[in-house]
Structure formats: structure tokens, C-alpha cells
Design a protein around this ligand. Structure first.
Ligand code: NAP
Length: 188
């Protein structure tokens, strides 16, 4: 049975991501060609990338045979890379929004809490719905079955006006104890 999806986790070594100017274009082409081979051999059903910026995607698109099918990126209310999402969507690359609940920080944000209360939904559901309305695949993580049910409770629509308000919510700057991870430490 083939693996459903395999992705390159990051265009650069994770600890240095977006800190060094070296985008490792050659290495990414080599890694991508290995994924292409596995895909063509039927071992993988889909191949993609993660944390790739526009230039990293162009490197693959211009030099390789198969376009990335997925780009998995950090995207949540207050920290959404709109231009990158649009670029992926214009190139038929599915965007997966990781940490859609801001790694839990959204629960502490008063503006997000107020918007969730307005719709009568949980903060988590509002966050997931926001990423869905951006046309992304939302990747909330939970180990709790009740939370899982809550995260699937997205059968409501955030109005255009409220989406605009959520797009402009002040950036969450502090991810607390998790800030040491490059992704929450400002590398994205
Ligand atoms: N590609 C990458 O570089 C990358 C980087 C980071 C993360 N990711 C992936 O993205 C996924 C999610 O990321 P994440 O864990 O950072 O952030 P997240 O999904 O935004 O937040 C997870 C946190 O929210 C809590 N939570 C989830 N649903 C909840 C609910 N309905 N009510 C209350 N609490 C809830 C979870 O605790 P409980 O378990 O207690 O519910 C956990 O503490 C993971 O699969 C991860 O592997 C990918």
C-alpha cells in the first residue's frame, strides 16, 4: 500500500531556517528528484514540500518534472502568509495550514475569543474555519477526542467582514515556552 503523502520538511536545515541566505537549491532539487522517483514507482500517492517560500517553490517548478502537490506552512489567525498562499493556489499547490490554533496561543487572545463568542463556537473551531475559508487544508493537532470533535465543528460561515477583521488581528509575537522552535521563534 503506497504512502499517502511524503514531503520535504524544510528547504533549509530546520535550526537555520530563514536565518541563512543559502536556500539549498541544489539539495532540494536532489531530494525532490528522489521523491519524484518514488512517486513514479507507485510508492507514494502524493509528494509535496513544507515551509517552502516562493523562491524555493520556483526552484522545484523550474528545474524538476513534477510540481509540488502540497506546501505545508504555518498559517493561523494573526500570522497568515497571504501572498504565499495565493502563489501556491495560483500554481495548483494545495496549502496545508499547520498550527491553525497558533499552537494553543489562540486560546489566550482576547480578539479571537470575542470573535468565537460572536459565532457561538469555540476558539479552536473559529481558527479551523478561518483556515478553511482561506482555501487551505487545516491541520489542527489534538490527542483529545472531545477536542477532535470540536475541531470538526466547522459547519458555519465567517462573514467577509469578519474574515477581514481576522486577517488584520494583531500578530501573536510570543509563543511562550514554544518560542525556541524556529517556527514560533519568528523564523516565519
Ligand atoms: N511542517 C512543519 O514544519 C510543522 C511545524 C509545526 C507543526 N506541524 C504540524 O501541524 C499540526 C498542528 O500543529 P500544532 O500542534 O503546532 O498546533 P495546533 O494544532 O495549532 O495546536 C495544538 C494545541 O491546541 C490544543 N487543541 C487542539 N484542539 C483543541 C480544542 N478543540 N480545544 C482545546 N485545545 C485544543 C492541543 O492540545 P490537546 O492535545 O490537549 O487537545 C495542542 O496543545 C501537527 O500535526 C504538527 O505536526 C508541522
Amino acid at each position: 500500500m503506497p504512502v499517502i503523502l511524503m514531503i520535504i520538511h524544510s528547504p533549509q536545515p530546520w535550526r537555520e531556517v530563514n536565518k541563512s541566505e543559502d536556500r539549498f537549491y541544489e539539495g532540494n532539487i536532489e531530494a525532490w528528484r528522489a521523491l519524484e522517483d518514488a512517486y513514479k514507482a507507485g510508492k507514494l500517492r502524493a509528494i509535496g514540500v513544507s515551509n517552502f517560500l516562493e523562491g524555493d517553490l520556483d526552484n522545484i517548478i523550474e528545474n524538476c518534472e513534477i510540481k509540488p502537490m502540497v506546501n505545508q506552512i504555518l498559517a493561523h489567525i494573526s500570522n497568515t502568509p497571504f501572498e504565499l498562499i495565493e502563489y501556491c493556489q495560483a500554481n495548483d499547490i494545495v496549502v496545508e495550514a499547520y498550527s491553525p490554533i497558533a499552537h494553543g496561543e489562540a486560546f489566550k487572545n482576547e480578539a479571537i475569543k470575542a470573535m468565537a463568542a460572536k459565532y457561538g463556537v469555540s476558539v479552536a473551531a473559529l481558527c479551523v474555519r478561518y483556515t478553511l475559508q482561506l482555501g487551505t487544508v487545516s491541520l489542527p493537532k489534538t490527542a483529545n477526542p472531545d477536542h477532535m470533535r470540536d475541531n470538526a465543528n466547522v459547519d458555519f460561515v465567517i462573514s467577509d467582514e469578519d474574515m477581514e477583521a481576522l486577517r488584520n488581528i494583531e500578530h501573536i509575537k510570543d509563543y511562550g515556552e514554544h518560542s525556541f522552535f524556529p517556527v514560533y521563534g519568528g523564523s516565519f
